[in-house]
Design a protein around this ligand. Structure first.
Ligand SMILES: [Zn+2]
Ligand SMILES: [Zn+2]
Ligand SMILES: [Zn+2]
Length: 112
């Protein structure tokens, strides 16, 4: 199995922040596939999607690692090293926890 790159040292367990691409949801645009940032849990669309928000997130933040959120896919990608990790060497963020995370967030009072 491929050795994880150094960037895996900088990440922890993340929860996907949203149930779809955050930016596409705001724009009401469709996407093709979803990727999750392994640094902060940002959910963005893949490079086959119209807006490639996962890539835009990397360009904006420098967060190096993403994973696929698609069912049956268990790979990660490092933008810095341009390397695939399949299967990814850490626990994959779980889709199932989205709802719980959203409910948790809604129950805490936050402006907006
Ligand atoms: Zn790397
Ligand atoms: Zn998007
Ligand atoms: Zn991020």
């Amino acid at each position: 199995m491929a050795e994880p790159c150094e960037h895996f040292n900088g990440i922890g367990a993340v929860e996907p922040q949203t149930r779809g691409c955050q930016e596409c949801l705001a724009l009401r645009e469709p996407w093709t596939e979803l990727r999750v940032c392994l640094t902060c849990g940002h959910v963005g669309c893949c490079e086959d999607s119209k807006h490639a928000h996962a890539l835009q997130h990397y360009n904006a933040t420098g967060h190096p690692l993403i994973a696929s959120l698609e069912r049956g896919q268990n790979w990660a990608w490092c933008y810095v090293d341009r390397r695939y990790f399949d299967p990814m060497p850490i626990a994959r963020p779980r889709r199932r926890s989205w709802l719980a995370a959203l409910l948790k967030r809604r129950s805490t009072t936050r402006p907006g």
